[in-house]
Structures are given as structure tokens and as C-alpha cells.
Design a protein around this ligand. Structure first.
Ligand code: KIV
Length: 263
């Protein structure tokens, strides 16, 4: 695969070429995903649940993210690699700069942070230091106690307007990509059309520029109640390699997520 950078992704947005992203946490899966054609990998703090077995992302540390970012980068040298800044690791400027530098030095191209207007000053400062920042709004798992559970966001007009305002403020502050999680498809369509940067959705319908899934959900490994927006691509595709290729194809064609997997 040729090396993917932020201009590649911006060009895809401009040309309306949809792209697929996936989480990964280790060398072996990262290598397999890159070889199957995945252009964007996220070392998500979902590793708190998928790797560490916690019931939220809150216990994840910067050291954890550094460790997994290094492993993933070794397996996938050419993908555009985003890594999460974990819970409470970026609310003061000096802390955000220190932790971002550790994560970028571990091999990430971009850091992702959860929150809206409260983060505008952080985004501006990181951007002034030429750091690529991805915003994450809608359902923000780091705020799980405040949100009282993993629920769809932006269902009311007031809630939807708040999310639109957050997206616009973050873009103005300097984010170069946005993740929208668990919002109605109609809302993510509006946001994707209004922003000039790439918007990646998860549980946000199929109007976004890109889609992302947690790898365990995509491979049907996640136990318990199935989330509406996830799909087990391994079920009908025989091998992990084929499942990833089917996922990439479905996203590019706008087949996934369909109505059944959207809000
Ligand atoms: O941590 C994560 O895996 C994420 C995705 C759900 C977007 O933030």
C-alpha cells in the first residue's frame, strides 16, 4: 500500500471517495489490516474494554496508548495512524502537549480527543505546534458517567444543534478530521456537508466520508448485547482477510452501514 497521509484523506473527502477505518491494538492484526487494504487505523482507548477487560475506557493510560501505538505502527507502516489521548490526559495545555508528543513519537500521525467547545483552546494550541488533531463528538465514551450510559446523542433539535455547533467550533479551532459516534444519520449528513474536513462515522449512518468499527465488533468477537450499528463481517466471508476486504468494499460503495445498522 502507498503511504497514506492527511492530504490523501482530504482529497478523498473532496472527491467524495468514501474510506474505511478500523481499530487495532497489536502488530499482527495491524499487518493483516494494512495488507487487506485498510487506509486508516485507530489505536482507540476502546482497548480498555477490548484488550484490558474493563467496562469503560476510563482506566486507559497514556503509557497504554504509547505501547499499542508502537506495536500497531510496526505492523502497519503505511496506514494513516490515529491514536487516542486517553481520559483526562489533555485538559491542560502543557499536559496535552507532553502527552501528544509521547504518542506521536510512538508512531501516530494524529491524536484524537473527545469533547466539544471545552477543547477549542487545546485544539488551537496543538494545531499551532503543527500537530494533527481529530475531534470526537456525539457519544463520547470518556464522559460515560456524565452521559449516564452508551446512548444515541443529538436526537432532539436542541441536542442536534449543540453537536453541529461543536463540530463547527472544533473545525474552526483547527481539527483536521472528526469522528461522529452514535448520532442520527440525518444529523451526521448535515455535519459532513458543512465541514470541509473528513468526517468518520460510527453508528452515524452512511453519509459520512469514512466509517470506523472496533475490530472485535467487525469480527464478531464481542460478547453480550450486539450494538445496532455493528456488523459481523467474518460471518459470511470465511477468513479475516476476506472479512476486512468485504468491509472496505461495503463502505466504499456506501452499502454499509445500511438503514438496519443506522439510527
Ligand atoms: O476508542 C475507540 O475505539 C473509538 C472508536 C469507537 C471511534 O474511539
Amino acid at each position: 500500500m502507498t503511504y497514506i497521509n492527511i492530504s490523501t484523506l482530504q482529497n478523498w473527502k473532496n472527491k467524495k471517495n468514501k474510506f474505511a477505518a478500523i481499530t487495532a491494538y497489536d502488530f499482527s492484526f495491524a499487518r493483516l489490516f494494512e495488507n487487506a487494504g485498510i487506509p486508516v487505523i485507530l489505536v482507540g482507548d476502546s482497548l480498555g474494554m477490548t484488550i484490558q477487560g474493563h467496562d469503560s475506557t476510563i482506566p486507559v493510560t497514556v503509557k497504554n496508548i504509547e505501547y499499542h501505538t508502537k506495536a500497531v505502527r510496526k505492523g502497519a507502516p503505511n496506514v494513516f495512524l490515529i491514536s487516542d489521548l486517553p481520559f483526562m490526559s489533555y485538559y491542560e495545555i502543557s499536559q496535552a502537549l507532553k502527552n501528544t508528543s509521547k504518542i506521536i513519537q510512538s508512531g501516530a500521525n494524529m491524536v484524537k480527543i473527545e469533547g466539544g467547545k471545552n477543547l477549542v483552546h487545546i485544539v488551537k494550541e496543538l494545531s499551532n505546534h503543527s500537530i494533527l488533531v481529530c475531534g470526537h463528538i456525539g457519544l463520547t465514551p470518556q464522559y460515560i458517567n456524565f452521559l449516564s450510559g452508551y446512548k444515541i446523542q443529538g436526537k432532539t433539535e436542541k441536542g442536534a444543534n449543540k453537536i453541529i455547533e461543536e463540530a463547527l467550533s472544533l473545525e474552526e479551532a483547527g481539527i483536521k478530521m472528526l469522528v461522529l459516534e452514535c448520532v442520527p444519520a440525518i444529523l451526521s449528513k448535515k455535519i459532513t456537508e458543512r465541514l470541509s474536513i473528513p468526517v468518520i462515522g460510527i453508528g452515524a449512518g452512511n453519509h459520512t466520508d469514512g466509517q470506523i468499527l472496533v475490530m472485535q465488533d467487525l469480527l464478531g468477537i464481542t460478547e453480550g448485547k450486539k450494538l445496532k450499528f455493528t456488523k459481523n463481517f467474518l460471518l459470511n466471508n470465511g477468513s479475516i482477510q476476506n472479512a476486512i476486504k468485504a468491509y472496505i468494499h461495503s463502505v466504499k460503495q456506501g452499502i454499509f452501514p445500511d438503514k438496519k445498522h443506522s439510527f
